[in-house]
Ligand binder design. Sequence first.
Ligand code: PLP
Length: 479
Amino acid sequence: MTEAGVEPVMTLDIQQILSGSEGRNYELHEAHVNPQLAKALRLIGFDKSYTKASGSYLWDSGGEKYLDTLSGYGVWNLGRNHPAIRDALKSFLDEEYPGLVQMEAPLLSGLLASELKERVGYDLNKVYFTSTGAEGNETAIKFARRATGRSKIVFAGNAFHGLTNGALALNGSDVFREGFGPLLPETQAVPFNDLGALEKALRGNDVAAFMVEPIQGKGVQIADEGYLAEASRLCKKHGALLVADEVQSGMGRTGEFLAIQHDTDARPDMVVISKSLSGGYVPVGAVLMSDRIYSKVFSSLDRAVVHSSTFGQGSLAMVAGLASLKVLDDDGLMDNARTVGDLLGARLSAMKDRYEFLHDVRWRGLMIGIEFGKPSSLKLKTAWTTVNSLNADLFCQGITIPMLQDHQVLTQVAGNKSKVIKLIPPLCFSEADVDWFCEAFETVMTGLHTFPGPLWEGLFRIGKNALAAKQPLNQAASL
Ligand code: PLP
């Protein structure tokens, strides 16, 4: 009998469920969840069943160990299944704490808000909590409109701000938008890093906000030095708000808490955080904003909940957030991101002279883009042209597939039709992990610079199968 007088019930035996259904992942997805994704993963041999995870590693049902450079699209910055966050959540569950009372001011969100403000700065004094990154950006769109009395939103070409209706209107990729219109009106794209185009878009003094990722997730495009500072100056001059979408680049990934903090003179009016704010365990997000913006939205007592969401300050999310910020500090993860990111970036960069396909390596901390392009030698040019004519997404899969199959390294292509592989591993990535990655990458590069050769044969086979199955490969690309 519990204190509340309730008979203890038989709990769900999750261990029995997991072991009893082991290996049924793809069959179940094909039947009930997302058959297309399951099919695409099978096609490229990514149809693994992972059963254990820790730090930067995954293990499959056969006990094989994998290096994870994807972090679940950037939710595992602090390492998969960090014990300190897990223990905080477990002990909180045992408290029988009253979450989501709604008609109260919750303690935990107040505590997390004050911790976040300390790390973000910029006098962004109020925090609105969300459950996802897209919800954070939807919030920013609404708040910018209300605070400025304007409706137009400017965004950077190639942007990714999420896939809900408003965020989708600020998405730089037609693949995501097609068939879902009409989307939010009065949005305008400007090329990333182009201050002239931004100034032109702002000149009419009718823009509510310029929303921008300081490092774009798609293609890992890094803001030029001074771009964000000048963008904030231009926004201010023209009465628009600068919204920094730090959903992927925040939480220490680049070696600073926020990527925009690398540009010391930049001054965002709103900052959107999500993903690894919960250490990967619970959906959570936060929008930090100035008092001025807050008070325009929540402008009177009867507007106190004019923007809200039921799960918004959920207790588990708040506890996970508090524990995650502590781990970020205690484990020195921002320093590690900087040091190990520089090591990995420099080692990859040094390979450029040896591999014709390898055109650029760019990085900030542990957000790394490896860009491939047309080779110079005639023989490899033939291979390049053939592969691209089969499928625009195929070349990079020619790297991700052997990286996984032959070297147990999980990597991702940074967007559709992209020639960039993105690395966003957990921030606890070690020097030994850098060795593992670089040795695998060198072997794959050497294989791809041998034409004809087995890697090319495998790639052409996949391309032809994809064509025959009318199966694009881009479902396996990421954000
Ligand atoms: N903004 C950025 C920069 C992202 O990378 C993402 C997701 O990848 C989002 C927003 C959307 O976040 P969510 O998938 O939690 O809605």
